[in-house]
Design a protein around this ligand. Structure first.
Ligand SMILES: Cc1ncc(COP(=O)(O)O)c(C=O)c1O
Length: 388
């Protein structure tokens, strides 16, 4: 599979890609917005879906998920992170986003406080608040320096229950080192806190940086709940499929109970599990190719953005997102988003508190999970506008 313009089918994307993308924006606008690739799914995933459908039945699946799915998640995790999760303690969920919410529902009481990084994707604060919790922001500015977690301890009160870790971190692309995670783990252990480790971006890490799973730290393994999904690495966002990896049966049961899967009031569709199983078992070579392409796109995006007046962009260690600082342009992030959409015909995500927390101000976020041709056209439109 090549990751060039010939692989991107704009006629299909214009009809199917929602969430601030091709199908939602006026014709002619290039969306560098939601983190959802412009490339079709891996052939192995397509074949698995086709052959399941060829069987002719779409019956109910097991409440706790397909055994094959749970095993694929456990095997892939063991292979990549050298950490064992028992397949019985892995729950498929209908998206990582819902997994985040379920973990909050199962482990928090109204009034509990949760440390949420700032900036970070809005999903964490949203989920905490949906269950009556209070999100306490911990500033994680963009920097190559070792993350200093000393300020995090001062945010902990008797009401603090959990820390939400997003690694790699959307939107800054930070990939936490083992040493940094050790520091965080010591604080979590000292205060007996749960850690929700969102690892949906863990495949998208650019060498020489390496992903280290928080669950690999033994000290806090028993209180770490890992959540992940298959929207980013494999382009399966529309299937709404993710998983929650629990350290033991007690935590699994708490989360399973809240999922309502056992009553069929809620559940995970079978096709999502079939697709994710094939992705984890049979699409790793495809994923390597995708990552290689993304590495090139990252370097290109960073170089182009740094050549624009008023823009400075550091190179993300992970995620297919760049998060340039635009404070030296004449615009706020919201204004820039607006004028780029209207005049340059490019959509970006403004670094507004509602998307990423207060720490995102003065930045915009762009996805580079597209072809070189589309990315270059989008970036040159922005450059032309800013140099006008
Ligand atoms: C850190 C993080 N977690 C979760 C999600 C949501 O993933 P899903 O499509 O599985 O809900 C995203 C999507 O952007 C994300 O960036």
């Amino acid at each position: 599979m090549t990751f060039d313009a010939s692989a991107v089918d704009l006629s299909i994307l214009s009809a199917r890609a929602y969430n601030l993308r091709w199908a939602e924006l006026p014709k002619g606008v290039i969306p560098l917005t939601a983190a959802d690739p412009d490339f079709p799914i891996a052939p192995a995933v397509k074949h698995a879906l086709q052959s399941y459908i060829d069987g002719g039945y779409l019956s109910y699946g097991p409440a706790g998920g397909f055994k094959e799915f749970k095993e694929a998640v456990a095997n892939n995790y063991q292979l990549k992170n050298q950490v064992s999760y028992s397949p019985e303690n892995i729950l498929p969920v209908d998206s990582a986003a819902f997994g985040i919410y379920l973990i909050c529902q199962a482990l928090l009481q109204p009034g509990d406080e949760v440390i949420v990084f700032n900036p970070v994707d809005f999903l964490f604060k949203y989920a905490v608040e949906q269950v009556g919790g209070v999100a306490i922001p911990f500033d994680t500015p963009q920097s190559e320096a070792r993350m200093d977690f000393s300020g995090l301890s001062s945010l902990i009160t008797p009401k603090t229950k959990m820390i939400c870790l997003c690694n790699p971190l959307n939107p800054t692309g930070k990939v936490f080192t083992q040493e940094e995670l050790e520091d965080l783990s010591k604080i979590a252990a000292e205060h007996d806190l749960y850690v929700m480790s969102d690892e949906i971006w863990s495949d998208i890490v650019f060498a020489p940086h390496r992903f280290c799973a928080f669950s690999s730290i033994e000290r806090t393994y028993a209180k770490t709940i890992t959540v992940t999904g298959y929207s980013k690495s494999y382009g399966l966002a529309g299937l709404r499929i993710g998983s929650v990896l629990c350290p033991d049966e007690t935590i699994y049961q708490k989360i399973f109970l809240k999922s309502l899967h056992q009553s069929t009031v809620h559940g995970v569709n079978v096709l999502g599990q079939v697709a994710a199983t094939a992705a984890l078992n049979d699409a790793q070579v495809w994923l390597d190719g995708f990552l290689q392409h993304l590495h090139k796109m990252r370097d290109l995006a960073v170089q182009e953005l740094n050549g624009m007046p008023g823009v400075t962009c550091s190179s993300p260690q992970g995620c297919y997102l760049v998060f340039p600082n635009i404070e030296n342009t004449p615009y706020t992030a919201e204004e820039l988003h607006h004028v780029l959409l209207q005049e340059a015909k490019v959509a970006v995500v403004p670094g507004m508190p509602k998307w990423f927390g207060a720490g995102a101000q003065g930045h915009i976020r762009l996805s580079f999970a597209t072809s070189e041709e589309i990315l270059l056209e989008g970036l040159s439109r922005i450059k032309r506008f800013l140099t006008k």
